[in-house]
Write a protein that binds this ligand. Structure first.
Ligand code: SF4
Length: 474
């Protein structure tokens, strides 16, 4: 779900963010809204700016959407329709109420009845498709590329909803995981590159659940059935589950950043545990480390698992050096540089007793602009640490992402414009080391790098990005 305004607004932040999480529930006779809510709540980390749920009983559709975390978005109301099918969406952005129109699931009435759609990812030819649709007289109510998919489906002349969706998805490029609901069907689809994850589970009563991550299935005690395959469309209705591979274009490109940072560590994608992958990244990082240190400490929470792996491999003790204030959430983000520094101070506080006089390996998952890391190094030194060696469990980020991650423009990515030594000096650290790309690929069981997207480290994009590049210039 792409939104150019959102990208401009979020450029002030120092961390990359996943833009969405999606859920679909088909469970006649069960409390589908409750199941959808719980599964979506487990995906809150994938989007905190807004949330929505749409439910149907076949004749009517009830949609509730709102801004903020789920507890705020559904503060006054959750959908009350007793239905057999629901879809849900959580979304990330930093812009406020003016974008309430963009909150998903989106829905519309068309010749086939009603249709509702939730989208995780970004299309790389959205501008082109949208302008073609506008020339044909289409009007849009949102600025998202997800609405372009909805319009393609509604305007398709194919006879069935499955064929309409198939024909539409063949026209789009880029990243999408979709949950789509009509009066009598729940449909899940994953783009042929497999950028974003989507899995299928089954409830104890025989219902089906689609979710961006397996932690969404766990939240409703649904048994994991399988991942939705790249290029696959899964159709769930009264006759059960049917599957069709609708796009067999090669070039499998699963987002490696899902393993590095975005996904919850208790999730499993395509057979690989996110926690295990992060732990192995820490081990690989320790193999590269040639400095001398006394302790390993993580940047909480994102560096914890890699720091554990680093400690296991290096033999250095794992010690908590920073404590996170759990009540300072994303809403605490403030606009200017001075305020951003106080945000770090409010979020994290050093433990002097563990750091004083120590040579510290500080493990974090990634370095985007470096502004947060400067503050972290300074905090640890202010607590008496003798040395701080910053170790990053991913390679330098040198290129923006166009596949559903809210990223900085290239010139704001510190590794795109400075050498490692320049960044070390900027951070005020005694050492700076990044995980090598080879080490990363080992950690995610893809040593030959045959199935992962690594474009933000290499600039080798698996799809054409002409349309998005022109769009960001425009
Ligand atoms: S460019 Fe980076 S963040 Fe984007 S999909 Fe590829 S690996 Fe993931």
């Amino acid at each position: 779900m792409n939104d150019h305004c959102l990208k401009k607004c979020s450029a002030a932040e120092s961390q990359w963010h996943e833009e969405c999480g999606v859920v679909g529930v088909w469970a006649p006779g069960e409390a589908v809204v409750n199941l959808c809510y719980l599964a979506l709540f487990a995906l809150q980390h994938r989007g905190q700016e807004s949330a929505g749920i749409a439910v149907t009983n076949g004749m009517h559709i009830d949609v509730e959407k709102g801004m903020g975390l789920m507890r705020d978005a559904f503060k006054t109301r959750v959908p009350t329709l007793a239905g057999h099918c629901a879809i849900g969406h959580v979304r990330y952005s930093t812009c406020g109420a003016s974008l309430v129109n963009n909150v998903q699931p989106i829905f519309a009435y068309f010749s086939g009845g009603f249709i509702s759609l939730a989208h995780n990812g970004s299309l790389t030819n959205a501008r082109l498709i949208r302008s073609q649709l506008e020339k044909q007289g289409c009007i849009f109510q949102t600025t998202t590329d997800s609405e372009a998919i909805l319009n393609l489906i509604a305007r398709s002349g194919a006879p069935t909803i499955e064929e309409k969706i198939e024909a539409s998805l063949k026209q789009v490029e880029g990243a999408y995981c979709l949950t789509i609901m009509t009066g009598d069907k729940l449909i899940g689809a994953r783009d042929p590159h497999g950028f974003r994850p989507l899995c299928l589970g089954q409830t104890a009563s025989g219902g089906f659940v689609l979710a961006s991550e397996t932690c969404g299935l766990d939240a409703v005690k649904a048994k994991f059935v399988r991942d939705v395959a790249p290029g696959e469309m899964v159709v769930i209705d009264k006759d059960g589950v049917r599957s069709k591979i609708i796009d067999t274009r090669p070039n499998l490109s699963k987002c490696v950043f899902e393993y590095i940072y975005f996904a919850r560590p208790d999730s499993v994608f395509d057979g690989l545990s996110v926690w295990q992958a992060r732990y192995q990244m820490g081990r690989q990082l320790a193999k590269q480390f040639t400095g001398e240190a006394d302790i390993v400490t993580p940047v909480p929470d994102t560096g914890i698992t890699a720091a554990l792996g680093f400690s296991a491999e290096s033999g250095l003790p794992y010690v908590e050096g920073l404590i996170k204030n759990r009540y300072v959430g994303r809403t605490f983000i403030l606009p200017d540089q001075a305020n951003r520094e106080s945000t770090v101070d409010m979020k994290l506080n050093p433990i002097r007793a563990n750091l004083e006089g120590k040579r510290v390996v500080l493990v974090d998952d990634s370095l985007v602009r470096g502004t947060t890391s400067v503050r972290l190094v300074s905090l640890i030194k202010s607590a008496g640490a003798k040395e701080v060696h910053m170790c990053i469990s991913s390679p330098p980020i040198t290129h923006p992402c166009y596949y559903g991650i809210d990223t900085a423009v290239k010139k704001e990515l510190i590794a795109a414009v400075q050498s490692v030594e320049e960044i070390r000096r900027f951070l005020g650290a005694d050492g700076l080391m990044y995980l090598s790309k080879e080490g990363l690929m080992e950690a995610v069981n893809d040593a030959a790098n045959q199935c992962m997207c690594t474009a933000c480290f290499t600039g080798q994009y698996p799809t054409s990005i002409d349309d998005v590049e022109n769009s960001s210039k425009g």
